[in-house]
Design a protein around this ligand. Structure first.
Ligand code: G
Ligand code: G
Ligand code: MN
Ligand code: NA
Length: 254
């Protein structure tokens, strides 16, 4: 409860901010997009992990306003990057299941796009695999409506849930994100890389883009590339950074 109050205050006092982690084309090693990640730095300078405060925001309902703010902030940043010449760059935004189920969600998304002028075809929403498994009918309907806005959908933490392949085929999704846990295992045994391999193959068969997350060293990147994984993000390439830092990072890289 104390954290809930602190979070509400923090949100009101602009202690929350969004950082962006670049996503890289593994072949060209060029940035192709970024994932927006929420951060909370308390008044005494300490960082609270989203793993801690997102569940509280969900439980308290604050996630609705907070999620909308993240969406608008990330869309605005995308527009800014495009104005700076970084076009062809995508913005991925994490969406909580509480947000997703809110009756007003689609309206919030449409308004964020319209008000910021963000081109929908460069915006992606990340939903988790566990979320994808609940209430299939609602999800299928929601995804169809989201697709109509022109925004793409990625399944985050893919491989950690147990969605059936036939179900997955019915979902209008665009991308699978290989969970960090499977990227970490990739340099171990042959068995360690089997899940990553399976997801890459699945993506190829279903015509979905695949991105590996949590890539921390060159060996992992090499293996992923040799397995045919087109995209990656992780500390090897860049840590999540502020909007200004991202702008500089992209300009230096160009
Ligand atoms: O950035 P970090 O690795 O600390 O994020 C931890 C978790 O918090 C990840 O699962 C990430 O998806 C989630 N997260 C980060 N930012 C947001 C956000 O804006 N909205 C939601 N719903 N989850 C987020
Ligand atoms: O669940 P989700 O994919 O949204 O989580 C992304 C989180 O992973 C972010 O909090 C980000 O800070 C973190 N992250 C990004 N790259 C790496 C990495 O290479 N290693 C580790 N350990 N964490 C990472
Ligand atoms: Mn994510
Ligand atoms: Na993830």
């Amino acid at each position: 409860v104390r954290m809930m109050h602190a979070l509400r205050t923090a949100f009101g006092q602009n202690q929350l901010f969004v950082v962006y982690q670049p996503q890289i084309d593994l072949v060209t090693r060029r940035p192709v997009g970024a994932e927006a990640l929420l951060r909370w730095q308390t008044a005494d300078g300490k960082f609270v992990s989203p793993d801690k405060f997102i569940p509280i925001a969900e439980y308290s309902g604050l996630i609705i306003d907070m999620g909308e703010w993240v969406m608008r902030t990330a869309c605005r940043e995308l527009v800014g990057l495009r104005a700076a010449g970084h076009d062809n760059f995508t913005m991925s935004i994490n969406v909580s299941q509480v947000q997703f189920r809110h009756p007003y969600f689609l309206e919030m998304l449409r308004r964020a796009l319209a008000d910021t002028g963000a081109p929908p075809e460069f915006v992606e929403l990340e939903i988790t695999e566990s979320m994808a498994m609940e209430e299939p009918d609602l999800l299928i309907k929601m995804l169809a409506q989201i697709k109509q806005t022109g925004v793409s959908i990625a399944i985050d933490d893919f491989g950690t849930g147990f969605s059936s392949l036939s179900y997955l085929q019915r979902l209008q999704i665009d991308r699978l994100k290989i969970d960090r846990a499977f990227v970490t295992e990739i340099t171990g045994s042959a068995r360690g890389s089997s899940i990553a391999e399976m997801v890459i193959q699945l993506g190829r068969n279903l015509g979905l883009a695949v991105i590996a997350e949590g890539v921390e060293d060159e060996r992992q990147a090499q293996i992923l590339q040799s397995l045919g994984c087109p995209l990656a993000q992780g500390f090897l390439f860049a840590r999540p950074m502020t909007a200004d830092a991202l702008n500089g990072w992209l300009s230096n890289d160009a």
